[in-house]
Structures are given as structure tokens and as C-alpha cells.
Ligand binder design. Structure first.
Ligand SMILES: [Ca+2]
Length: 147
């Protein structure tokens, strides 16, 4: 087992299989890629935002997903340590849920959008003031639901 002097990390689904992997950036040592081999055996959803203003990725927005009795919150942010930044995407584990009961986006300007019965195991793209669409991992977006 090696000991590293870590300075930054990026949790993200790098291999686009639905689970969160991790890159760790170390001081004067190689970066370490930790690939999650769990393989998304449980449900998940990843939310990407498309803002109307200069904030095209929705940095600072809060994304809530409600599944049954459970509510989870993520903030779209950048930066997670020295020279490290995650993709502007909110990733949620959903356990055994087959869908998200309610997805809420609170944009930095105070706008709020809510969508119901959102499919699990997909990348969801929300346009500010517009539609929700689904994007298969590695595919272009398909609009399948409107607000
Ligand atoms: Ca992954």
C-alpha cells in the first residue's frame, strides 16, 4: 500500500457506466484513478443544467431529488481541491427506486423548476425556463418531457 500526498480530487462518472469514480491528484506523485467497479447495480440519475445567462452550466444551482421518503440535495459547483474540478453535473444514487418522484432545480437567480416522475439511470438535462430531456450515457439529448 502506497501513501500519497493528495492535493485534489474529482469524483465523477469517468467511464460513464452510472457509478461515481474518482481521480486523486498528488503532490510530486502520479495522479491516481480509482475506478468504481460496483457497476451501478443500484439506480442513479445525473443532472446537467443549461442556463440562459452567462452561467451556462448552472454553477451555484441547487438540485433536489425526492424518491419516496428520501430527499437529496446537490449544488452544482466547480473546484474540489488544488487544480481539480468536477464536471458540472449532480449525480445521485437512488437505491432501488425506478424513478425520481420529483426533481427540483433552484437556479442562482431564484428561478425554480420542478419535474415529476423522472426516469432513473439516465443523464437528465434541464434547460433554464425550459424542458427536461434525457441523454443516454455517451449520446446526444432527446427531448421526451416538458415542464
Ligand atoms: Ca463510473
Amino acid at each position: 500500500m502506497s501513501i500519497y500526498d493528495a492535493r485534489g480530487f474529482v469524483p465523477a462518472d469517468f467511464d460513464r457506466d452510472g457509478d461515481v469514480d474518482m481521480f486523486v491528484f498528488n503532490n510530486a506523485q502520479p495522479a491516481v484513478y480509482l475506478q468504481n467497479e460496483f457497476g451501478a447495480r443500484r439506480s442513479w440519475v445525473a443532472v446537467q443544467l443549461r442556463g440562459k445567462s452567462d452561467n451556462k452550466r448552472g454553477v451555484g444551482a441547487h438540485v433536489r431529488v425526492h424518491t419516496g421518503e428520501r430527499t437529496q440535495l446537490r449544488e452544482i459547483h466547480t473546484g474540489s481541491g488544488y487544480l481539480a474540478s468536477p464536471p458540472p453535473e449532480a449525480h445521485f444514487g437512488l437505491g432501488d427506486a425506478k424513478h425520481v418522484d420529483r426533481l427540483e432545480v433552484r437556479w442562482p437567480n431564484g428561478d425554480v423548476q420542478t419535474f415529476e416522475n423522472v426516469d432513473a439511470n439516465k443523464v437528465v438535462v434541464v434547460e433554464q425556463g425550459g424542458e427536461l430531456s434525457y441523454r443516454a450515457l455517451g449520446a446526444s439529448a432527446q427531448k421526451v418531457q416538458t415542464q
